[in-house]
Design a protein around this ligand. Structure first.
Ligand code: TTP
Ligand code: CA
Ligand code: CA
Length: 657
């Protein structure tokens, strides 16, 4: 991984003027997603879990190595791949193909224990152990830190996009290097007109030697004069070579990178040549590059949306889709059609979002054989609580830096999924015991509704992470008051609300799903037992007792559709969030706040409704529809459905070897 310094300021000047303006150069410094000089990278670790195990155990990098979960392989290093070893075969089959293969089992939590460990016989213990991905999360954090260290603090924009991948918007740094290297750019425009074109660029030394370059589009030739966007890409590529070298030097991990004008292309680029390589998709090569792909390989087109497009237009190639007129694509819905029309042309402008904070975390376990009673369930909840709590500690809950707001138990019996959630009391410091108690109560509610056993999947999730409570009485203050009360009620009494009532609402929502069902968060990892993902809306229906009189005030962009204009105008991007309740797209970063708004406003509405219908004396009040136990009042929450079941198990294939 050598770094090149290909620019000489005094080099001959090309006769051709640039097609870019000073204004666009300025946009580059602002990391504007619409800047035509934009430079984005995606970086993905090679055979990540396998590298983690290799480094941890001091195994030579050329030794074939796979990571095993029960009988399956979940990561295979590059030396093992030529033997035909891959995720599709079992550990036993792999050993036959490659007798020297080392199969390292992932760490596991043993039922009843509160620490994970590497257990020798773990592969036999599917019934009593659960997988821990902690070791990989820890390495992921180290890698993230090294990447950030490598980039100038004031110019960096890094987004963690999965356990082993990152987006970096290199624009601002590229801008600063351009100005350093090219005095003609540093000098600024001769006139005050920022729409003037940039000076021609030096023709020498676009030295791409260390990179894999994607061939140019048909009507472009290498002899065509390069422009400043090519230089921007080259500088971006140099930066990424440095970043990758640092990750290797400090942590001994190799990764591959893609450099392009947007996230979608950068991501396709990082998978294009692996391992330990980087691919530059120059702007003039975009269509040529994209034409080689099936569109189902593009992020967000690998799932249901991709299937639907294939079925509708009878093709899975980008090339064929280019022929489909926009009007036809709009059969998928106007927004989706426009989005797709742009996407297959490489036109995508989602931001690299440096908010890398975890918004939710979950711990769950699929049971084969199923578990059959409450006590067994509770033993697993103890592990889940320990697992989640230790991760919460890393998030800074003890220092009150960040705190989750909600805890939810997910339960599956046959093909019936149920989720029950309650607020986490914010007044107390979060503890493992508290999480466990809340979880146990929630499971008790599930059990009390009957038909809970045998259970084939149980999970615990905390969500709605927010920065520590401050003095402001915005939504935080509102929720703190509401939650404290709700949690008191939840822990002191059984919580009602049988799923038959909540099921229809989920069904109804399902039928109204539009593009959002295609954008369900997808965790990079296949392991369905754990993983943190971007937050998802929790369906929480609190009782009137929990309600507060008025909904909180929020900035206009998180107001519901009836009250806002901004979200209406928002164009969906590869990363946008779709609110299924408002039927609107909005920037991903508004998701949490927006859902908080719904949460708060639901509480408020229910309170008002309750106040309106409440009989004047207690004696006149109707009995709870379904009380869990004698003397207990319905107070809680319920939601059911399978929305949390997208475990992102689908493999992303990018034509790797
Ligand atoms: P990937 O980045 O998809 O794959 P990889 O890093 O193993 O290999 P590559 O060099 O092709 O990028 O996934 C990252 C980790 O996530 C992977 O090491 C293990 C886990 N994972 C699974 O457990 N199951 C899966 O199906 C996939 C795709 C990933
Ligand atoms: Ca990877
Ligand atoms: Ca990955």
């Amino acid at each position: 991984m050598s770094s090149s310094q290909p620019f000489v300021a005094s080099s001959p000047i090309s006769a051709h003027r640039s097609k870019f303006t000073w204004k666009q150069l300025h946009q580059l410094s602002q990391s504007s997603p619409n800047c035509p000089l934009r430079t984005v990278s995606h970086c993905d670790l090679d055979a990540f879990y396998a590298q983690c195990e290799g480094v941890r155990l001091g195994i030579a990098p050329d030794q074939p190595l796979a990571v095993q979960q029960w009988q399956s392989l979940i990561a295979v290093n590059y030396p093992a791949r030529p033997f035909g070893v891959g995720r599709h075969i079992t550990a036993a089959e792999a050993k036959k193909l490659c007798p020297e293969l080392i199969c390292q089992h992932v760490a596991t939590w043993k039922e009843g224990e509160v620490r994970w460990a590497y257990h020798e016989d773990a592969f036999k213990q599917i019934a009593t152990h659960k997988v821990s991905l902690d070791p990989y999360r820890t390495e992921s954090k180290k890698i993230f830190a090294v990447i950030k260290e490598q980039l100038p603090p004031s110019l960096q924009r890094v987004e963690k996009a999965g356990i082993d991948e990152f987006f970096v918007d290199l624009s601002a740094q590229v801008h600063s290097i351009l100005l350093e290297r090219f005095p003609e750019l540093a000098a600024g425009p001769a006139s005050s007109d920022i729409t003037d074109l940039l000076p021609p660029l030096p023709t020498t030394a676009l030295d791409w030697s260390a990179d894999h370059l994607v061939d140019l589009d048909e009507n472009e030739t290498e002899e065509d004069n390069p422009d400043w966007d090519d230089v921007a890409m080259l500088i971006g590529s140099e930066i990424m070579r440095g970043v990758r070298a640092a990750v290797f030097e400090k942590l001994k991990y190799t990764c591959s990178a893609g450099i392009a004008k947007n996230k979608m292309l950068a991501k396709l680029g990082s998978g294009y040549k692996k391992p330990n390589q980087q691919t530059v998709v120059r702007n003039r090569a975009v269509q040529h590059f994209l034409n080689t792909f099936k569109f189902t390989k593009i992020r967000n087109l690998g799932g249901k949306l991709g299937d639907e497009v294939v079925a509708m237009f009878n093709t899975d190639t980008v090339k064929d889709l280019l022929e489909v007129p926009l009007e036809q694509l709009k059969k998928l819905g106007d927004d989706t059609g426009i989005w797709l029309h742009r996407l297959v042309r490489g036109d995508e402008h989602s931001e690299v979002n440096p908010r890398t904070q975890i918004k939710s975390m979950g711990s769950n376990k699929a049971f084969r054989p199923a578990i059959n009673n409450f006590e067994q369930g509770v033993r697993w909840l103890r592990i889940f609580a320990a697992d989640i709590f230790s991760r919460c500690v890393e998030e800074g809950v003890l220092e009150n830096i960040r705190k989750p707001k909600t805890v939810t138990v997910h339960h599956r019996q046959g093909n019936q999924s149920k989720s029950k959630g309650c607020p986490i009391p914010q007044a107390k410091t979060l503890s493992e015991e508290l999480l466990f108690d809340l979880a146990k109560n929630l499971l008790a509610q599930v059990a009390a509704e009957g038909k809970a056993w045998p259970c084939i999947n149980l999970g615990l999730n905390v969500s709605g992470f927010e920065d520590g409570v401050t003095g402001n009485m915005g939504i935080d203050g509102f929720l703190v008051r509401g939650e404290a009360k709700a949690a008191r009620l939840a822990s002191s009494s059984g919580i009602q609300d049988a799923s038959p009532e909540s099921e229809p609402s989920v069904k109804k929502r399902r039928t109204t799903l539009g593009i959002q069902r295609f954008f369900a968060p997808r965790e990079d990892s296949k392991d369905s037992e754990q993983g943190s993902k971007a937050s998802e809306p929790e369906s929480i229906d609190h009782s009137p007792e929990d309600a507060i009189h008025s909904a909180p005030e929020l900035p206009p962009h998180v107001l519901p559709p009836s009250a806002q204009g901004a979200a209406h105008l928002f164009q969906p991007t590869i990363d946008s969030y779709f609110c299924r309740r408002c039927n609107k797209h909005m920037p991903k970063e508004d998701e949490i706040e927006h859902n908080d708004w719904h949460f708060a406003s639901d509480l408020s509405n229910e309170f008002r409704e309750e106040a309106r219908t409440r009989p004047s004396t207690p004696a006149q009040r109707p009995a709870p529809k379904k009380a869990l136990a004698k003397g207990r009042r319905p107070t809680g929450s319920s939601a059911s459905g399978s929305k949390n079941n997208d475990k992102g198990q689908k493999k992303l294939a990018f034509g790797k070897s």
